[in-house]
Design a protein around this ligand. Structure first.
Ligand SMILES: [Zn+2]
Ligand SMILES: [Zn+2]
Length: 276
């Protein structure tokens, strides 16, 4: 399996010289196995991916975590939408599945954007995901309900050999949990890669309980308990500079060593590709 990060920023794009290494575009992650490619979320990072997919013959498959702005804002600029007959499949887990088409119809209205949904010439289909046993090509996908205002969907993806868990917009220990900590440990168990929302340090999280995001320390603890092989921080806070994120990675690598964690740790950067 391959992972490619097209957008790693949380909440709002944060371009500028101080964020150029980890990237300013919002969430978009590509996971592929052989010819099968799935895309998670349509943050502003999806714009650039769209150009590469213009000549793709396979249907384009986009799975959503939820519809907060930073996860859909790149969609109107996703070029394949405007290619006649281009097959594009959109996937979501309830309750997002029920609002999937409506989200696009609202977003592509003249009030907000020059093109309207009903004029799109591409061949769009919508699919409802189940809790587990979703199969797309060789990929098996299961989901978990994240702790996030308005909800969000977490994903576990396996090609039968390797496992990637993608949990963004998830507060591991919120004031009121929909899904308890222990369920996230089970869901992430033995993953080859855990990609998790790590928007705050502990001080910042204290100021923002219930906002739906996790801290570096919580995510490291989860990776330790779930015995994952690699942990990748993502959904970087817009005010965090590259240097700040470097410092956090150094600090928490130290913690992992002190606590006997056997996993590698880094922060997702835009354009980065990992092969498993
Ligand atoms: Zn977000
Ligand atoms: Zn969100």
């Amino acid at each position: 399996m391959k992972v490619r990060f097209w957008g790693t920023r949380g909440s709002i794009p944060a371009p500028g010289p101080e964020t150029s290494r980890y990237g300013g575009n919002t969430t978009c992650v590509e996971i592929s196995s052989g010819k099968t490619r799935i895309i998670f979320d349509a943050g502003t990072g999806i714009r650039k991916l769209g150009y590469l997919l213009k000549s793709e013959s396979e249907p384009i498959r986009i799975l959503f975590t939820h519809f907060h702005w930073d996860h859909i804002q790149g969609l109107p600029f996703f070029i394949p939408l405007y290619i006649p007959g281009k097959p594009i499949e959109f996937y979501a887990y309830p309750p997002f599945y029920q609002g999937l088409k409506e989200m696009m119809v609202h977003q592509l209205k003249k009030t907000y954007f020059p093109a309207e949904y009903h004029t799109l010439p591409s061949l769009i289909k919508f699919f409802k995901l189940k809790k587990r046993n979703n199969n797309i090509g060789p990929l098996q996908i299961s989901v978990i309900e994240n702790n996030h205002p308005g909800g969000a969907t977490g994903y576990r993806i396996s090609d039968g050999k390797k496992v990637i868990v993608f949990l963004t917009d998830n507060e591991l220990k919120p004031p009121e949990a929909k899904t308890p900590w222990s369920d996230f440990v089970t869901f992430s168990q033995d993953a080859d890669i855990l990609i998790h929302d790590a928007q705050y340090n502990d001080e910042e999280l204290k100021q923002k309980p219930g906002w739906g995001h996790s801290s570096y320390s919580q995510v490291c603890q989860l990776a330790l308990e779930a015995k994952v092989k690699q942990l990748i921080f993502t959904h970087h806070e817009p005010v965090h500079s590259d240097d700040f994120i470097d410092d956090m990675v150094d600090e928490w690598r130290g913690w992992v060593k002190e606590n006997g964690g056997g996993f590698e740790l880094w922060a997702a950067s835009e354009g980065e590709e990992i092969e498993l």
